[in-house]
Design a protein around this ligand. Structure first.
Ligand SMILES: Cc1ncc(COP(=O)(O)O)c(C=O)c1O
Ligand SMILES: N[C@H](C=O)CCC(=O)O
Length: 428
């Protein structure tokens, strides 16, 4: 990777760590990242022309693969008319209608430019609605990089050893309480100790930022019952799981449980920068200009992002077989990993929900942050590097999820499974 390494050195001179988001720096696996030149279907190509089967998919958005023809055609149409107006457009309305019509528990929605903005704004709204200041998040969950959420955070923050970022003022940090994922007793104790002070609980219902770990049914029910009992707003962060684990996201996996607000991002932008939050009309109606909670954005509802998102959601909604295919492929991959583990005596636990999957080098079940953190990260590093040499592009951290896309074929998966088998056979 001579060219990539040279570009990386150049980038480091002008960009902190050579990147615009730490997760992509590959420092966690002690190597330089390949610089990606283009993507096509299920594959990406680096500046040297190396071809990789892409299990990152821009960290989740590209469920249709690279260069989906409907997304590209839509973008070409929009770009000829203008890239941004800072004024209402028809496509924003159509996108909002599509989301409200498709999603349970979303009566109104507001578009923003990233998942970070979505969670930050949803929390502000919850604080205004309840008149309270504290929030609860779960250790190892990641909700973007706003101050109050960079506490015991997952994803790149965890991978790079800064789950509690410097620069978050103590008085802000004090209002963020952290709980253990899937632990109702812990949550009850926090609620009891902070009566009438907690505005919201925010959770990744299917977490992907400490590896993949989902809420147990019992925990999901208890969480909803307890938040209701204490007058606390329940926010599902579906930035990653939305339209990924099923068309209606994680909400549909826990029938009968309704969050009050839900955050989106990634897939709803079809590969362009986007986020959204929505939910109960009485809460959403507190937003400006009809309510007292201010929230805004020069490029919010940008026509290109809206069109890419609209084409993506429209296509996913019209093709339920996509999700069946993704599920079948992810299951095949899961089995392939487990069988390779057995064959080569490598202790491995695979967590999977739909086409979100991750592998932990441990023989213990992983259902919270401590479980994920106890897995063998040194072994993950060796595995990651060897897989990259095999032409398989995985997220460079144990604490991230792998994403499949609908462009992947049986042959692609067989290639990945054979690579895993070869790599496991040589793991120290
Ligand atoms: C669950 C979750 N919430 C929020 C975010 C923040 O989104 P963004 O990176 O678009 O700001 C991410 C990813 O980064 C995420 O995975
Ligand atoms: N896990 C993160 C989001 O889901 C990875 C993306 C990033 O932080 O760059």
């Amino acid at each position: 990777m001579n060219k990539s390494s040279a570009y990386f050195e150049r980038s480091k001179g002008v960009m902190p760590g050579g990147v615009n988001s730490p997760a992509r720096a590959f420092s966690s696996v002690d190597m330089d990242p390949p610089f990606i030149e283009r993507g096509e279907g299920a594959y990406i190509y680096d500046e040297e022309g190396n071809k990789y089967l892409d299990f990152v998919g821009s960290w989740g958005p590209l469920i249709l693969g690279h260069g989906d023809e409907d997304v590209v055609k839509g973008l070409e149409e929009v770009i000829k008319k203008g890239t941004s107006f800072g004024a209402p457009t028809k496509i924003e309305m159509e996108m909002a209608e599509l989301m409200v019509d498709s999603l349970p528990n979303v009566e109104m929605v507001r578009m923003v430019n990233s998942g970070t903005e979505a969670t930050m704004s949803a929390l502000r709204l919850a604080k205004a609605f309840t008149g309270r200041s504290k929030i609860v998040k779960f250790e190892g969950n990641y909700h973007g990089h706003s101050d109050s959420l960079l506490i015991k955070a997952g994803s790149g923050a965890l991978t790079h050893g800064v789950p509690d970022s410097l620069g978050v003022p103590e008085e802000i940090g004090r209002n963020t309480l952290t709980a253990n994922y899937n632990d109702l007793d812990n949550l009850k104790a926090i609620f009891e100790a902070n009566k009438e002070e907690i505005a919201a609980v925010i959770i990744e219902p299917v977490a992907g930022n400490m590896g993949v770990i989902s809420m147990t049914e019992e925990f999901a029910r208890g969480l909803r019952a307890l938040t209701k009992e204490h007058g606390i707003i329940l926010i599902y962060d579906e930035v990653m799981s939305g339209f990924r684990v099923s068309f209606q996201g994680a909400q549909s996996l826990y029938p009968g449980i309704a969050p009050d607000l839900i955050c989106y991002g990634k897939i709803i932008g079809g590969g362009l920068p986007v986020g959204a939050f929505g939910g109960r009309k009485d809460i959403m109606s507190m937003l400006g200009p009809i309510g007292p909670v201010y929230q805004a954005g020069t490029l919010s509802g940008n026509p290109l992002a809206m069109r890419a998102g609209f084409e993506t959601l429209n296509k996913l909604g019209k093709n339920p077989e996509f999700y069946k295919k993704l599920e079948a492929m992810a299951e095949k991959l899961e089995q392939g990993i487990l069988q390779a583990g057995e064959r080569h005596r490598i202790p491995v636990t695979v967590n999977r929900v739909g086409a979100m999957i991750s592998l932990f080098f441990t023989d213990q079940s992983v259902r919270d942050f401590n479980g994920a953190n106890a897995a063998d990260q040194q072994r993950f590093k060796t595995y990651f590097k060897a897989m990259l040499e095999e032409g398989i592009y995985l997220p460079p951290s144990q604490f991230e999820a792998l994403f499949l896309n609908v462009q992947m074929t049986e042959e692609d998966l067989n290639q990945a499974i054979s690579a895993i088998d070869r790599v496991f056979s040589e793991l120290p």
